[in-house]
Design a protein around this ligand. Sequence first.
Ligand code: DGJ
Length: 728
Amino acid sequence: MPIIYDETEKIFMLHTPNTTYAFAVVDDCYLAHVYYGKRLHDTGIRYLLREEEPPFVPSVNRREKNSFLDQAWMEYPESGMGDYRESAFCMRTADGFRGSELRFASYGIEAGKPRLAGLPATWGAEETCSTLNVYCTDARTGVEVCLAYSVFEDVDVVTRSVTVENRGNESVYLEKVLSACIDMENRDYEMVGLFGSWARERHVQRLSLGYGRQNISSFKGESSHQEHPFLALVTPETTQTTGEVYAMNFVYSGNFIAQAERSQFDSVRMTMGIHPEGFCWKLAPGEQFTAPEVVLTYSDEGLGKMTRTFHELYRTHLIRSPWLRRERPILINNWEATYFDFDEKKLIEIAKEASQLGIEMLVMDDGWFGNRNTDEGSLGDWEVNESKLAGGLACLVEDVKKFGMKFGIWFEPEMISPDSKLFRKHPDWAIQIPGRDITQSRAQYVLDLSRQEVVDRVYEMVAEILRNADISYVKWDMNRQLTTMGSAALPADRQGELYHRYMLGVYQLQERLLAEFPELLLENCSGGGARFDAGMLYYSPQIWCSDDTDAVERLAIQEGTAMVYPLSCMGAHVSACPNHIVGRNTSFETRGHVALAGTFGYELDVTKLSAEEKELIKEQTVFYHRYHALVAEGDYYRLLSAGETGGADSFLVVSKDKSRALLFYVQVLARANRKNRLLRLQGLSPEKMYRVCGKCYTGAVLMYAGLNIKLLQGDFKSLLWEIEEITE
Ligand code: DGJ
């Protein structure tokens, strides 16, 4: 049984194949965390609460309740009642007092996993997933909190979310509703996170955890380029293959906070949820609020196993697009080829040339609507600019289809330009604080998607374009952070709901789009990769990874991204050189090898390439089809990280049956007077015989002794090798 309540011990035990998560009822009312880690097959773990160590049970000596609350391992800690570590929950009552006393009331276990209303979340069938709902009530207000835990039987994951319901007679104000919290003994943990900037997203960072609070967060209204809703605590010896890892990832795309706190008693509290800054949710009698889902996983085999668990979960229980396991069309996007300077003739020229090289879809990026010839205006005016696209969109799409290609289109539905018909008609639809300037960013404002009429209007404009032309793909962009948060439609005591209501509006838009156009291939994007998160993956099976398409810069970006998300999600394109962001020249071959590690495509003017480069495109497109399924669904093993190894980046993707693998290797800078590298592979079967570049090896030799990788002459050189089992 994946979920057990041991009545004698008063302990909930949640089992995945290799992990156990346990918490207990203490003193008939408190929920205390007991254990998370490697699978336990026994009961009899209540001693882990160390109840004999005073002060533990608060009722034994009521004077010690405060000390109890500040040192026990709490399952869902509350603010202001005596636990001075980071709380997960804070509520203000209508009479202005903060505080709550959530006491265990009841629980229920169900097969499967109910949907979280309006939110993206993992899903699971009754055969593979069970859910535990634990209900706690606050007697003073009548507020009920349901802590939901879903346990997967095919992957080592427990998910948590929280629903608060006001069953009392007066409104309350939720100032903080985090989704997950675990307490544990400190073991000199180090924090692993993903940090970056625009065009430099999700670089891996590892720091030791000191006393006090260290957090990762975004208050930008999006998961952000800079910080990422992922946090892992690892024991110091942790590598890709060894060490213990506790990881959390948020299935949400808006403001978040992920925190680790080392306490005076050397326990560590790890939390994740919606950032409380700027958040205050009024819960009127009868209303419910649901906090988004956090995915928790534990690995005792290093970061590599954590990565493969996330990949498996997202491929089997999160991404619901019918495109998930289909071969995605190889696309060519005109952004870096033309920017705003294009017309239908130029696009047709690109499509014609691309179609002869094996490219299967043309994506028309920004600049096709309103009067948009720069980034100065027209967002919100989703009408085709016929002076640019003579004959209209449907005609262009049909012309492109004549080359056997599909057609994709760019939108930025969440935005409104000050210079747009939409803004002139509805100035109050922009998010703003009355009497203050609305901050512009990229010359644009943000639409108030907390308002249903705004969501409806935006939806209709986007859908109308899709209804009138045969469009297979949409790139959904979002190019600025949220500021000056105010909604003309929300009452004063609900303005603190705007950030989250905005996200609910975005989710509703994407939900509706996929309901009306179920075959649509949706790619999310946010000024590159500012919204590359599990929330967005629920709607789109691929996300544009970064505006930096330089093959060398991409190594760290894709390494960090792939630490959590499957390769099949990472939008990666071959672009022109010198690279538009960093000015670097790399070979066409290396650019291809780096982009083949993701959702493959091109972003350059194919009509300007040399014959040799066109031949390489033909080879790359054939290669993509041959290995697409392996890259998309294989197990990922990170072998080398350029930052750590003197300039070489390498990973391996291995098929589930271990009969095929692909080895990616990039040597960043050439170095003098070095020896060849013996590269130890991972994930193969030690007994099987494999062929690599015409030579035969056992899996054991490749993994334990290593493959001889010659020193390559020149900078930015790469290898992409097939590894195949020899069966005869
Ligand atoms: C930002 C995206 O990341 C780019 O790929 C491109 O679509 C531009 N926006 C267009 O404005």
